[in-house]
Design a protein around this ligand. Structure first.
Ligand code: BGC
Length: 378
């Protein structure tokens, strides 16, 4: 009898020590912390490495255990990573997905009552989660196009000497790409309609023209695809004109497109005005050197902080309140439409950066390598 009590006691003690993640926000130390799984889509676009690191640091700062994985733009691979977070007992997931193939693991997470936050990119065609945190992606596009309007001085352009632009969009598997493009075209279309801006190559007036959108889209945001498309354009539609501007959806693609332009004698002395996004260091340097014209600074450290705060509040059953983010409503609520339901969507504000205000991301501490900061400040 006595022996049995001892055994039972031993089992109880062992049980509490290895009880797995706690559902209380994990403020307690030891092995009982709540695990947050961080699934980022890819590393070929620089920002995600930083996003993953920031998310992990924020989660740990709030008393959680955290693990980060990168999907290499391959949804099957990311699904395995998410599956493994679930097997490890994760109570929450932060997911920057690759495409709607993620739906099956999100459904599983939902069944296990795991809290999912769609991070930066919507999880499309799913009704199995409730929260999305991102930037105002429509505004990203508006700002990209605004920089082109300024860079070309389009307000002074005439129909006698119209400016020439070609259009690129992001991955058609990424919901953000549509908002970036539609935001940009809301600014450019009036100039095109007036005849002071001419589109070289395919011209979807909005992303709703899926056939033409597909022709300018860049599968999985792969730089070599954009570069090849630019090379082809230069040898075909753009052969007999000089391009004044290029709408590029992010920095990785903008630099690839510029590489193609630089190899063409026509652009040796003057590159087209080209937009970007992400304030990547290489693009910041390119802007400083007068090559890329603009980028969009999205402070991903703030996005990561906000995402973990959101999860923390949900896990603790508190009312969600994210300082610095607005809850999308009205027209912006569309950003949170998965196709199956509209999730609660929190939006942070993007900032346009050109050579004139390159100090903004630097001063915000966005580049944490002192050598990079020094180069940008030189
Ligand atoms: C993000 C961009 C990024 C792109 C490619 C989008 O979903 O919002 O910041 O450049 O994916 O990774």
């Amino acid at each position: 009898m006595k022996k049995l009590t001892v055994v039972l006691l031993a089992l109880l003690v062992a049980g509490s020590a290895f009880a797995g993640p706690k559902a209380d926000g994990g403020s307690g130390g030891g092995g009982g912390k709540t695990l947050i799984g961080i699934a980022m889509p890819e590393t070929h676009v620089q920002r995600w490495v930083k996003d993953g690191a920031s998310l992990k640091a924020e989660a740990i700062k709030r008393g959680y255990d955290a693990a980060d994985q990168y999907g290499n733009a391959d949804q099957a691979q990311q699904n395995q990573q998410i599956q493994s977070f679930l097997t490890q007992g994760a109570k929450a997931l932060v997911v920057g997905c690759i495409n709607d193939g993620v739906g099956s693991v999100i459904a599983e997470a939902n069944k296990d009552k795991v809290v999912v936050v769609a991070y930066d990119r919507i999880i499309p065609n799913s009704a199995d989660y409730d929260y999305f945190i991102t930037f105002n992606n429509y505004k990203v596009g508006v700002l990209q196009a605004t920089s082109i309007v300024d860079g070309l001085n389009l307000n002074a352009a005439t129909t006698a000497a119209p400016k020439q632009i070609t259009l690129f969009a992001g991955s058609p598997t990424d919901g953000n790409a549509f908002f970036f493009f539609d935001g940009a075209m809301s600014v450019l279309n009036p100039f095109i309609d007036k005849g002071v801006l001419k589109v070289v190559g395919p011209y979807p007036k909005t992303s709703a023209d899926r056939a033409n959108f597909q022709r300018i889209a860049t599968e999985n945001w792969q730089a070599p695809i954009a570069k090849t498309r630019m090379e082809n354009l230069l040898n075909a539609d753009a052969r007999n004109v000089t391009l004044d501007a290029i709408l590029a959806p992010n920095d990785t693609l903008a630099r690839a497109i510029l590489e193609a332009c630089k190899a063409d004698a026509k652009y040796r002395t003057k590159l087209p005005v080209i937009s970007g996004q992400d304030a990547e260091f290489d693009s910041a340097m390119s802007i400083k050197n007068g090559e890329q014209y603009s980028t969009i600074f999205k402070d991903t450290a703030k996005l990561a902080e906000a995402a973990i705060l959101l999860l923390d509040q949900v896990l603790k059953g508190q009312t969600v309140n994210i300082p610095g983010a607005v809850l999308a409503s009205g027209d912006l609520a569309k950003i949170g439409d998965t196709g199956k339901k509209t999730v609660k969507t929190y939006l942070l504000d993007p900032i346009l950066v050109t050579k004139a205000n390159l100090n903004v991301p630097v001063d915000a501490g966005f580049y944490d390598d002192p050598a990079q900061v020094a180069q940008l400040k030189q």
